[in-house]
Write a protein that binds this ligand. Structure first.
Ligand SMILES: Cc1ncc(C[n+]2csc(CCOP(=O)(O)OP(=O)(O)O)c2C)c(N)n1
Length: 792
């Protein structure tokens, strides 16, 4: 009996040793494959098969170690150095890596971005083709990488924050496809130099305050491209600089660990309990991974010999993680020389074959297209010029789709009006359409969750409908909304306890709890990030920017991250964040801006709603909440105390996006406007009416999208005069509306007099009521311009 037990124990010990050894050797193999990928990837760029390359060489060992603790349900918000982490988790393979390097537009080949992103910008799928969230709680999730340094930080905060929301909000308990009681950690990676960005500090501070399961890995290779860390970081050490953030007993804060990037065993030992602690307690942590190398320099654009000293280059060779791990394996008798050589040569071969497969998959469809094109051109080959074009196309060794387009376009130019070219003309149009589907799609949701597909429902008014202040309309609306939709969470500066600066949420925190309606610190970038993470994880955040003027602080995450999410993942991720703010008119330079031109140009990929009153605003929220597209809703700051009739179907009616409303009919002149200037315009039309000038007033309602059914040109056909009014700078959103109606809608054909814009001045508004009067369009300006138009 005893002997049996002893045998069992010995067997168990051997099995667990074998498991351990196999896992360690697998890690070494992944690290070797990753290194080969970097080496070969660089060569593909230098020989011209790919445009640019950025690789994870030097970070392999740290990443196989970190990858061990990334569990189903977890999220990663990282940057372009993480190929090894992806390989180790089985979330990317070498072939896919090369497909992205070649910008292969087939999503089956580059599953991260369908050729839309530079290499090493990873993602996994979060939503299906219908826009429904996948079972993310059971998947390892990679939020799509972006290139702006530290741009991943605000999103990382939000992804981690969502775990806290899932753990704390009991109404979310049954969403088991989205979370397992908030056990999910967000792994965030960043380079040491990028920690100089404000985004990093804002995120770390917010994480320390909020206590969210965020694991930040700083890959410290000593440089940001060529600039060493003594110019980047106080004390040249991010962990030392952060020491005041260290969590202590009875304080909030973060845990701080220092690791050596070449020390596989040491890293595993620290990471295992540290990651578990984050999962259990939601205490954020930073892992400062030092002594990391970068054997090939920053990227394919440049060589590190230009800025690293010979001593540093020598040091990097000695402390290369692969070399160190190899020595550790031998020293601990985990493998012998022969076994390691086998792994290393196997890795070289594997990467070579994977690369080759990716290349064939990439180039074959283009070659087929070339053959098809040449075939189409045969009908025209009696023309020597066209024949030469076709011959030149065929001889290209590495043809691209644009070569095909240029060839066909040039052939059609030569063919002129020849009817024999009709088929080629059709072919050219077809190619354009096909390429648009490949390269220009998915800026917004195109499937059933498109905000443009929401069924319009009119507001219904009871006979005795109350007339109340605008802010009270919103207050009642949010009250009903939070009752019927558990996924909605609202937050911002002063939004929780006092219910926002204009009382839209007044009393609602008490009713719905501090986890659904809450105050944040003054940190617009990470308020946006909090919203981004919640939205990516399937919730419906309404993130508030207190005043429109301060949107500029939060604009970068919206423009770079939110607006590109759906596009850069070829529809595989959606970020249905609603940003609520208020603006246009109040007093002074920073409380009355209306920088709409800047906003609509920065935010293609979001919808931009400019409701004239709070009833319209609520209808827009209803529309957006039925869809997956992100949006900005700008309420009129001077509209909260204006009286409005309260609809009876508050959470059911929807305002369709991109559909202007004619708020006053007229026959002489069309005035196109939105938001607060609408009231100025209406006031002006009263004066103009008395003069016998009949104005039609159009409220565009949304700037993005803009008048999708071309209603405005129909108004213009009737009046033959048009003026665009807003309070942005000259050349801002009024010029945008002008362009849309004149060029896109062909409005120029219906003009009897020259079209006008009336805008604010180029400077910021002066203070006070007189400052406002002389800085923004006023009633008299509108009257004067229209009188002038009538007499032209
Ligand atoms: C906002 C922004 N500024 C500058 C750049 C250009 N840039 C790309 S990577 C980089 C250096 C980053 O260094 P580090 O954070 O140490 O990461 P590493 O590349 O060394 O891993 C710079 C300046 C950028 N992508 N984004």
């Amino acid at each position: 009996m005893d002997t049996n037990n002893n045998n069992d124990a010995a067997l168990q010990e051997k099995l667990s040793f074998d498991n351990f050894r196999n896992a360690v050797l697998k890690d070494y193999q992944v690290a070797c494959e990753s290194r080969e990928t970097s080496l070969l990837g660089r060569r593909e760029v230098l020989t011209g098969k790919a445009k640019f390359g950025i690789f994870g060489d030097g970070k392999e060992i740290a990443q196989v170690a970190a990858a061990k603790f990334f569990k189903p349900g977890d999220f990663r918000s990282g940057y372009y150095r993480d190929q090894t982490f992806m390989f180790a988790n089985g979330l990317a393979n070498v072939e896919q890596f090369f497909s992205q390097l070649y910008a292969d537009p087939n999503v089956e080949h580059d599953p991260f971005s369908a050729g839309r992103q530079m290499n090493a910008h990873f993602a996994t799928k979060f939503v299906n083709e219908n826009g429904d969230w996948l079972n993310l709680a059971h998947l390892k999730n990679i939020s799509s990488d972006i290139a702006p340094t530290a741009g991943q930080m605000p999103r990382a905060l939000g992804l981690a924050y969502a775990s806290k929301a899932f753990r704390k909000i009991k109404e979310l308990n049954d969403l088991t496809n989205l979370s397992n009681n908030g056990n999910e950690i967000c792994f965030c990676t960043i380079g040491d130099a990028s920690t100089s960005e404000g985004h990093f500090w804002e995120t770390i501070n917010a994480a320390g305050v909020l206590q969210v399961p965020l694991a930040v890995f700083v890959w410290d290779d000593g440089y940001g491209i060529s600039v060493p860390k003594k110019y980047q970081t106080t004390k040249a050490s991010i962990s030392d600089a952060l020491s005041g953030f260290q969590k202590k007993e009875n304080t909030n804060g973060i845990d701080i660990y220092k690791l050596k990037g070449w020390d596989y065993a040491g890293m595993c030992e620290i990471l295992e309990p540290a990651i578990q602690k984050i999962r259990d307690t939601h205490t954020p942590a930073i892992f400062h991974v030092e002594e990391i190398t970068q054997p090939q320099g920053h990227s394919t654009s440049g060589s590190h010999e230009r800025y690293k000293t010979p001593e540093r280059l020598e040091w990097e060779k000695e402390w290369d993680g692969l070399k160190q791990m190899r020595e550790w394996l031998i020293a601990n008798a985990l493998a012998d020389e022969e076994e390691l050589l086998k792994i290393e040569t196997g890795a070289t071969q594997f990467v070579k074959e994977s690369k080759q497969r990716a290349w064939v998959k990439y180039i074959e469809p283009v070659k087929t297209l070339v053959a098809e094109t040449v075939e189409k051109l045969t009908a025209l080959q009696s023309n020597a010029g066209i024949k030469k074009l076709a011959d030149d196309l065929v001889t290209l060794r590495e043809p691209m789709r644009r070569d095909v387009m240029k060839t066909v376009a040039a052939a059609l130019d030569i063919a002129g009006n020849d009817t024999a070219a009709n088929e080629v003309r059709e072919y050219y149009a077809k190619l354009k359409k096909n390429n648009a589907a490949v390269y220009n799609s998915y800026l917004y949701n195109e499937g059933p969750k498109s905000a443009l597909k929401v069924t319009p429902v009119n507001p219904v008014y009871a006979d005795d409908a109350a007339t109340i202040n605008g802010y009270e309309v919103l207050n009642k609306y949010f009250d009903e909304l939070f009752t019927i939709n558990n996924k909605v969470i609202a937050f911002g500066e002063d939004l929780g306890h006092i219910g926002d600066v204009n009382q839209g949420f007044s009393g609602l925190q008490e009713k719905f709890g501090v986890d659904r309606i809450f105050d944040t610190g003054i940190r617009e970038i990470t308020i946006m990030g909090q919203g981004i993470g919640l939205a990516l994880r399937g919730l419906r955040p309404i993130a508030e920017i207190q005043y429109l003027d301060y949107l500029l602080y939060g604009l970068q995450p919206l423009s770079d991250d939110v607006c590109t999410t759906h596009f850069r993942t070829a529809g595989q991720q959606s970020c249905p964040l609603i940003v609520r703010t208020r603006g246009h008119r109040l007093e002074g330079i920073w409380h009355s801006g209306s920088p709409m031109g800047m906003i609509i140009n920065a935010l293609r990929g979001m919808y931009v709603c400019v409701p004239r009153n709070m009833v319209q605003a609520a209808g827009m929220y209803n529309t957006l909440l039925q869809a997956n597209d992100p949006a900005l809703v700008i309420e009129c700051l001077n509209g909260y105390r204006l009286k409005e009739k309260l609809p009876a179907n508050l959470t059911a009616y929807t305002v369709p996006l991109g559909v202007p409303e004619i708020v006053k009919e007229g026959t002489d002149v069309t005035i196109v406007t939105y938001g607060s200037t609408l009231r100025i315009v209406l006031e002006a039309t009263e004066t103009l009416d008395k003069m016998g000038i009949s104005c039609e007033v159009v409220d565009v309602q949304t700037l993005l999208p803009f008048d999708i059914n071309h209603i405005i040109v129909e108004c213009l056909k009737k009046t033959n005069r048009i003026v665009f009014v807003d309070e942005d700078v000259p050349g801002g959103a009024a010029a945008y509306m002008f362009n849309k109606v004149m060029e896109e809608q062909g409005g120029y054909k219906y003009l009897d007099v020259s079209p006008r814009t009336i805008t604010g001045k180029a400077h910021r508004p002066s203070y006070g009521s007189d400052g406002d009067y002389f800085s923004k369009p006023n009633t008299e300006d509108v009257v004067d311009v229209i009188k002038e138009m009538m007499s032209e």
